[in-house]
Design a protein around this ligand. Structure first.
Ligand code: FES
Ligand code: FES
Length: 159
């Protein structure tokens, strides 16, 4: 099937098999390997990207379901050479170790802060509860999201 998907503001048209998963479309067809493929069973959350503004596990979405829709991946967080506040927060608070879970954590965190700019620790933990981190024990991830909430970028403050 021929599909056109807008990813991080850019339109891509590709012939794909109907069974192709969005995660593989992003990684293998478009070369956007920032979105990680961890389990393929909807458990780990490393594959989270946004589909029309909503975080989805891209291993559970067919590429054809993204046709004529907007996808945002971790590559789309940075704007104009400036890291997003959540990216800065993860760097500041050592919110990652191996980094495998990080793309999904960042995308969910950005969505959370867009909708709840001042989340409690409980709300952060609930937001990332669909994602597994084997390394950090989650403490520094929560601190990183709180850091981002306390240091919004100028764009987010004026939005
Ligand atoms: S690869 Fe999608 S949830 Fe693990
Ligand atoms: S930093 Fe290694 S899985 Fe989260």
């Amino acid at each position: 099937m021929k599909i056109t998907v807008t990813v991080n503001g850019e339109q891509y048209t590709r012939e794909v098999e109907p069974r192709l998963l969005l995660i593989h479309f992003l990684r293998d067809e478009l070369g956007l390997t920032g979105t990680h493929w961890g389990c393929d069973t909807s458990n780990c959350g490393a594959c989270v990207a946004w589909l029309d503004g909503v975080p989805v596990k891209s291993c559970t979405v067919l590429a054809v379901m993204a046709a004529d829709k907007e996808v945002r991946t971790v590559e789309g967080l940075e704007r104009g050479g400036e890291l997003d506040a959540v990216q800065k927060g993860f760097a500041e608070c050592h919110g990652l170790q191996c980094g495998f879970c990080t793309p999904g954590m960042l995308m969910t965190s950005r969505w959370l802060l867009d909708h709840h700019p001042d989340p409690s620790e409980t709300e952060i933990r609930e937001a990332i509860s669909g994602q597994i981190c084997r390394c950090t024990g989650y403490e520094n991830i929560v601190r990183a999201v709180r850091w981002a909430a306390e240091h919004p970028s100028d764009e987010e403050v004026t939005a």
